[in-house]
Design a protein around this ligand. Structure first.
Ligand code: SAM
Ligand code: SF4
Length: 346
């Protein structure tokens, strides 16, 4: 066979990163800032000390880091924080990353946001190839919203959600289920979301980060109770719908929509974990609930060549733990993991 008769060489699919338990790691969440315009009571203390800006990866470094993961088989990338949309010039990063969507190397680029800046950025996100966003919304009541977020403006978030929908983004709402705080709103939240074509997902409060204020044991509500509460009003049926994350979804007959449940505490979702997380300083956490981490900033800064960075990623995945062991009970004092959710991102 001469050279001309050979088919063109197909671009080699990168070998996926496989952890010691045979799980392919194809989903990376990257926190682009630890800062936020809100101070949600379960996430941050009122007077947070944020990282010095020099410790943060630059947008170019974040692009290199994400691109290295994509070169090693990452298919889904979620940008988070802190509040990702308060990072100065963050659209430069989205625009840069969109090249991997265009090439087909990346299947999905998404973000988790508190919605405060969405009205401003929704259509630009669509231009960058973002199709789906998660917006955190724990309550429909403006006064309660202010108390929960300490600084948040409910109307502004609502305008953000409307703008996202108008721009054609698929929106999922996430609420942390908090005993004695928003438990009377589970049904209204599902109605609100489903009527607008959005999925509604509830999350158990996780013991991350030292907080002043209410004890999480007092706020903790197992998902089973959330589901039982919803089942008093709605007919819920199991679905096998998945979005690549840890949520399990049920169909709500009355609304025609879906409700999701994320149960880090009561249901161990570790067996099927395909995710890792990177902080805004370039620390890679192989598990949200474990302390072991790998520094990716040093190899990033050590060389303009990505080889040391890729080697550090591979070495870290080779020690991804089997799972986490979150416990919320009265015998366990303090958080299971001392870092805040705003550091590792949601
Ligand atoms: N600022 C963005 C937002 O609020 O959507 C993105 C980052 S935030 C840390 C991501 C998600 O983590 C949010 O849905 C938030 O409700 C959730 N979260 C924060 N602290 C939590 C905790 N202790 N337990 C469970 N979820 C938490
Ligand atoms: Fe900010 Fe999101 Fe944490 Fe609330 S949950 S304080 S919006 S990072």
């Amino acid at each position: 066979m001469n050279a001309h008769s050979q088919p063109p060489a197909a671009a080699a699919e990168p070998a996926p990163l496989i952890d010691p338990f045979g799980r392919a790691i194809s989903y990376v969440r990257v926190s682009v800032t630890d800062r936020c315009d809100f101070r949600c009571v379960y996430c941050m203390s009122e007077h947070m000390t944020f990282l010095p800006r020099r410790d943060l990866l630059t947008l170019e470094e974040l692009d290199r880091l994400c691109s290295a993961f994509i070169a090693r088989g990452t298919k889904r990338l979620r940008i988070t924080g802190g509040e990702p949309l308060v990072r100065h010039d963050v659209m430069t990063l989205f625009r840069a990353l969109s090249r991997h969507l265009a090439s087909g190397a990346l299947e999905e680029l998404t973000l988790t946001t508190n919605g405060s800046q969405l009205a401003r950025f929704a259509s630009e996100l669509v231009d960058c190839g973002v199709k789906r966003v998660n917006v955190s919304l724990d309550t429909l009541d403006p006064g309660r919203f202010r108390a929960l977020t300490r600084t948040g403006d409910h109307a502004r978030v609502m305008a953000g959600v409307d703008a996202a929908l108008a721009a054609g983004l698929r929106v999922k709402l996430n609420a942390v289920a908090l005993k004695g705080v928003n438990e009377d709103e589970f049904v209204p939240l599902v109605r609100f979301a489903n009527e607008r074509g959005m999925d509604m997902t509830f999350i158990e409060v996780m013991p991350l980060g030292e907080l002043e204020g209410p004890d999480r044991i007092d706020q903790y509500l197992p998902m089973r109770e959330v589901r039982d509460r919803l089942a008093e009003t709605f007919t819920l049926t199991e679905t096998d719908y998945r979005t690549g994350g840890p949520a399990r979804y049920m169909r709500v007959s009355e609304t025609g929509g879906r409700v999701g449940f994320i149960t880090p505490l009561t249901h161990n979702f570790c067996e099927s974990c395909n995710r890792v997380r990177v902080t805004c300083t370039g620390t890679l956490y192989m598990c949200l609930g474990q302390e072991d981490a790998a520094d990716l900033r040093a190899p990033l800064r050590e060389s303009a060549d990505d080889a040391p960075l890729v080697a550090a990623i591979e070495a870290a995945i080779a020690r991804k733990p089997k799972g986490h062991d979150f416990v919320i009970d009265r015998a366990t004092q303090g958080p299971a993991v001392s870092r805040h959710m705003s550091m590792t991102g949601g």
